[in-house]
Design a protein around this ligand. Structure first.
Ligand SMILES: [Zn+2]
Ligand SMILES: [Zn+2]
Length: 284
């Protein structure tokens, strides 16, 4: 992971601060999702016909368990955030203290998360005097560790299934980045909320499903032909896209997304919006 980040910094010096800030966070997340003991889930209730119709896993069952080691993950993530973003140290220490004293009950948030709306983090802001945005940030980092683990586990348990939507089959989020493979030209979308990649047709907007005619709207970075962004005139969204850039599995797509933040800047200046909000692409 460190090598991948170092190489990304070398190739994208303009994103080096961002990569250095997120590097320790991504490294810790990968480590935790692979190594920490997370309760096994039963995916036998998942209906593949529903998947085919576009009902994601998280809409079919809860992907969080009451026995998930939430505190352990969150506390570990606060130290990774401090490493990459020293400016947030005081706030991360405060959050750690609240978690350790049992005043900030993460499970409440994850129970609500299935309901969609995230009100808990706002309450915490009032009651516990922590910045709601920093609390949400920590929660989303914690959720990613669990979702990444469950995405892998579910893929193994379910085997293959048909998925034809522009949002993630596991967690339902829209993609943060796409890659069009060099050979064959298949487009893969990547979800930064759970780490899942899935194939999606190239002639449809992943966000609003508008069919693109031949005038497939791609914006290209003049000097770097592999860097582009898909743009949709109907929903006004863009999707940063690595164009004919080798193979999907040869890359870390989250690092690539952070490396290409200059494209986010260009597209947002042009008045387009990202398909999903990530910690690194909120530029205004
Ligand atoms: Zn996902
Ligand atoms: Zn669209």
């Amino acid at each position: 992971m460190d090598q991948i980040i170092d190489r990304a910094i070398e190739q994208n010096p303009h994103s080096s601060n961002l990569l250095k800030a997120f590097g320790p966070i991504l490294t810790r997340q990968r480590l935790l999702s692979a190594s920490i003991l997370i309760p096994k889930m039963d995916y036998s209730s998942i209906d593949k016909e529903k998947l085919r119709a576009g009902v994601s896993l998280i809409q079919q069952m809860s992907l969080f368990s009451p026995d998930d080691p939430l505190n352990e993950i969150a506390l570990s993530m606060t130290s990774a955030v401090k490493e990459g973003m020293p400016k947030l140290s005081v706030e991360m220490d405060r959050l750690s203290e609240l978690i350790q004293k049992g005043k900030l009950r993460l499970a409440e948030y994850f129970e609500e998360k299935s309901g969609g709306e995230n009100k808990t983090a706002e309450h915490w802001g009032d009651d516990l005097k922590v910045s709601p945005s920093n609390a949400s940030f920590l929660l989303s980092l914690t959720a990613r560790v669990l979702l990444e683990h469950r995405a892998r586990e579910a893929t193994k348990a379910l085997g293959g299934f048909t998925w034809e939507k522009g949002y993630c089959p596991v967690c339902g989020e829209f993609p943060s980045i796409a890659l069009i493979e060099e050979e064959g030209g298949k487009r893969f979308l990547h979800c930064s909320s759970c780490g899942r990649d899935w194939r999606f047709t190239r002639v449809v907007c992943p966000y609003c499903e508008k069919e693109a005619q031949q005038e497939m709207d791609y914006f290209y970075n003049e000097n770097k032909t592999q860097e582009s962004a898909f743009v949709c005139g109907q929903c006004n969204k863009y999707l940063v896209t690595l164009y004919r850039a080798g193979r999907l599995h040869a890359r870390d797509m989250d690092i690539s997304a952070i490396s290409l933040v200059h494209l986010d800047m260009i597209m947002q200046e042009k008045g387009y919006e990202p398909m999903v909000t990530c910690a690194w692409n909120v530029l205004k």
